[in-house]
Design a protein around this ligand. Structure first.
Ligand code: BGC
Length: 478
């Protein structure tokens, strides 16, 4: 393909990289669709199956429902746990292909499930596909992108997560009159098939290829996605940081990597414990209590999904200009404020009229602030801050924690509301958002505009510099 030689905005003019990133971002669509579709489908699954037994054991129907809903998250924890290692072994592109096949199979199993047990199996398989996708989508895009536009391209993955959620809400709405839950769940096969077919024609990550000793293949990929002048420079940078031996999980605990492990783990946990998925999963329930009728609350849920998408577009446009930190800190400050207001609105007696609107408005703004900050920045940062030799595994570890946090929050939300009331629960998430703000302000680095190799060298220098200062010794390279 021909690329611009004219200097200044050669990156931007190279349209092939946009095709590659947009296609790979379909990984996010699988993730988002899965997140959004289940609440709608469950309303009708209840009507098809007796939810009182599993494998012949009688159970409380609400537990059975809980298992069906959380089955995908458990699958995602397993998928993310295996996904990091597999991404290092098989390569990024091949794992995307495997993930699409697994997700397709899960959706098919759910669509034709003759029993509850098979439906649960389908949810778990589907979740494993989502787990793979959630690790390898951002990883692949980050490694194939030029530094100047990496933030926007990786954030396309968050944009497709939010679009997937919105599409799922609309699909729920469209199929709700006939109660066709099999269609709702089965439609996941479509994006999985498109992702699989498209990825067959996409190149492998140049960084992974180089690490595997395939320098000429890496050069070839770079020359398809960069202007000519940039290929040599980028290859030299990659060469300078690549180690011949590949890292193990223990390498994540080395003193120079540890600070970034803390950053990744903190972002992963805070992204969930500040409550976003209580809104994604329970929005209609929350909205009903602010005075909306049934159908109005479903429509308002679509509105929340739309705010999520629109504000993510804003983040995609800004993230390489303003940098990651300003978006993250503004987003967290806004989330904290909105959760405080939301708690106060629910604290008032009789949530209706103007207070109902204040509650709805602050709920939407809360989602908007998540969407410009913690939503995209978490996935972007974890694809940037780890050294090449452990990148896949490190992302796997923090993604597992993100899914585990998601599971814990969704399983405990209704119980927390029972114990602390809605206002107490939102204030709790608000306090955690404030903590997240302090954590990010103090520990999260700015990565805007730097190549992955520059970020890695900075990390080594800072750590070995400070280690040398502390111990008076010189740091040796591994
Ligand atoms: C989170 C998901 C969440 C989604 C909402 C993602 O970044 O990881 O848990 O459902 O954003 O937009």
């Amino acid at each position: 393909m021909t690329v611009s030689q004219s200097g200044e905005s050669a990156d931007e003019r190279n349209s092939f990289i946009y095709v590659v990133a947009s296609l790979a971002a379909l990984n996010g669509l699988l993730f988002g669709f899965d997140t959004g579709v289940i609440s709608g489908a469950m309303l009708y699954v209840r009507e098809t199956f007796e939810l009182a037994t599993i494998l012949g054991y009688s159970m409380n129907p609400s537990y059975v429902e809980g298992i069906i809903v959380s089955g995908a998250m458990i699958g995602a924890i397993v998928g993310a746990g295996l996904g990091g290692r597999l991404a290092d072994r098989l390569g990024r592109r091949r794992l995307i292909l495997v993930g699409a096949v697994v997700f397709f199979a899960g959706s098919l199993i759910m669509a034709i499930a003759p029993t509850v047990e098979v439906l649960i199996l389908g949810r778990i398989v589907d979740g494993i596909g989502v787990g793979f996708a959630s690790v390898v989508g951002p990883l692949y895009i980050s490694e194939i992108s030029p530094p100047k536009i990496r933030g926007s391209l990786v954030s396309l993955n968050q944009l497709t997560i939010t679009s997937g959620i919105l599409i799922a809400y609309l699909v729920n709405y469209a199929f709700s009159s006939g109660g066709e839950w099999r269609w709702m769940l089965g439609l996941g096969m479509v994006p999985a098939a498109v992702l699989f077919a498209g990825m067959l024609f996409m190149p492998e990550s140049p960084r992974w290829l180089y690490e595997r000793g395939r320098e000429s293949d890496a050069r070839e990929v770079l020359s398809r996605t960069r202007s000519e002048g940039q290929v040599g420079d980028e290859l030299r940078e990659i060469k300078a940081t690549i180690r011949t031996e590949s890292g193990t999980l223990r390498d994540l605990l080395q003193p120079w990597v540890r600070p970034m492990l803390i950053v990744g783990v903190g972002l992963a946990v805070f992204q969930q414990v500040t409550g976003i998925n209580t809104v994604m999963y329970y929005a209609p329930t929350i909205l009903e209590s602010t005075g909306f009728a049934d159908t109005a609350s479903i429509l308002a849920t679509v509105g929340i999904g739309a705010v999520n998408v629109v504000m993510t577009v804003v983040a995609v446009l800004l993230i390489d200009r303003t940098g990651r930190r300003p978006l993250l800190l503004t987003g967290l400050a806004g989330m904290t404020g909105m959760l405080a207001v939301l708690g106060a609105a629910f604290y008032m007696p009789g949530l209706s009229g103007i207070i109902g609107w204040v509650a709805t408005g602050s709920l939407m703004l809360y989602v908007g602030f998540f969407a410009i900050g913690l939503g995209p920045v978490f996935w972007l940062m974890i694809s940037e801050i780890y050294p090449m030799e452990v990148r896949g595994r490190a992302m796997g570890v923090v993604t597992v924690l993100n899914w585990a946090g998601n599971l814990v929050v969704s399983l405990t939300f209704l119980r927390l509301v029972d114990v602390f009331g809605q206002s107490g629960t939102f204030w709790l998430y608000g306090a955690l958002s404030l903590l997240a703000l302090v954590f990010c302000y103090r520990l999260v680095p700015e990565t805007k505009g730097r190549s992955l190799e520059e970020i890695e060298s900075d990390l080594r220098e800072t750590a070995f510099g400070s280690e040398a200062e502390r111990t008076g010794a010189t740091g040796t390279d591994d």
